[in-house]
Design a binder for this molecule. Structure first.
Ligand code: GRG
Length: 264
């Protein structure tokens, strides 16, 4: 089994070989820009790892890993427009550099580009990847819509929050892993199990992201610290703070925790 650092290197080498810049240049330049800004590359390396876990060749998973990373970056470009965010990965955001209209169009183009990476697979695998991708992309939209809606609501519950982050963030992590399983041509049962694992990993990941927004080091966080609070985002920390200040919310939180305890 290769190490996480090796998988990241394999992915970055593949990404750097991609020809992104075509005409019109100002549509494609932002795509190359955002993909070149780095980031942790967590989702694509999870795809490669999942393929290898199920005895597949990680090289076969590179186009699927690329599709996941292009989609993720597209969602960041559009998210930054919605939040009017000045910084992404410590650099100027796409819409700040090229304007909102180009940001929207480049994001749209990335969504299609992501899909095109699946065309490199044989029909049976293509069908499974495309189906999973469509379902995931829609769920990400749904999660993002809830996130937007909750900005103007003060009665968001913890279960609502958990569903929102499951859709906004966790389903893509889960799909990234399941795609690796699909490429490895493992059993449906294995693919479903790794999807479940990815969902939980994604939830933990978003909870940590919420925490870092409030307490992260501005140098390493790469975006505006406290941005969620400024945007009135309903994060786990926010809702927990609310729970401590309201008896009704506190008892709801207790019910939720005892439910989890009963489960375990
Ligand atoms: C039209 C399908 C469709 C979607 C658009 C904008 C949007 C809807 C969704 C955005 C979802 C979003 C931004 C979720 C946040 C997830 C998150 C924690 C992002 C940060 O991920 P990292 O930390 O970033 O992996 P790096 O920079 O490391 O890649």
């Amino acid at each position: 089994m290769h190490s996480i650092d090796q998988f990241r290197d394999f992915f970055i080498t593949y990404l750097e070989k991609q020809t992104i810049t075509k005409e019109p240049e100002n549509l494609y330049e932002p795509i190359a820009y955002i993909l070149g800004l780095g980031g942790k590359r967590i989702r694509p390396l999870l795809t490669l790892m999942a393929t290898e876990v199920f005895n597949g060749d990680y090289k076969k998973a590179l186009p699927a890993a690329m599709a996941v990373e292009v989609f993720h970056n597209f969602s960041l470009v559009h998210d930054d427009i919605m939040d009017a965010a000045p910084l992404r990965r410590g650099n100027v955001t796409v819409h700040e550099k090229w304007g909102v209209n180009t940001g929207i169009l480049s994001g749209d183009a990335m969504l299609i580009l992501a899909y095109q990476y699946f065309e490199q697979y044989e029909p049976a695998i293509f069908m499974q990847l495309a189906k999973l991708f469509s379902k995931t992309a829609l769920e990400v939209c749904e999660g993002q819509q809830w996130d937007v809606d909750y900005e103007t609501r003060d009665d968001v519950t913890i279960p609502e929050y958990l569903k929102m982050i499951e859709y906004k963030t966790a389903v893509l992590v889960a799909a990234a892993m399941k795609m690796g399983a699909i490429v490895a041509e493992t059993s449906v049962e294995n693919a479903d199990l790794i999807y479940e694992f990815g969902l939980n990993l994604g939830l933990a990941f978003q909870l940590q992201d919420d925490y870092l927004d409030a307490f992260g080091d501005p140098e390493t966080f790469g975006k505006q610290v406290g941005g969620d609070i400024i945007e009135n985002k309903k994060t786990y920390l926010y809702l927990k703070a609310l729970a401590f200040s309201s008896n009704e919310e506190a008892s709801q939180l207790q019910d939720l925790f005892s439910l989890h305890l009963e489960d375990s």
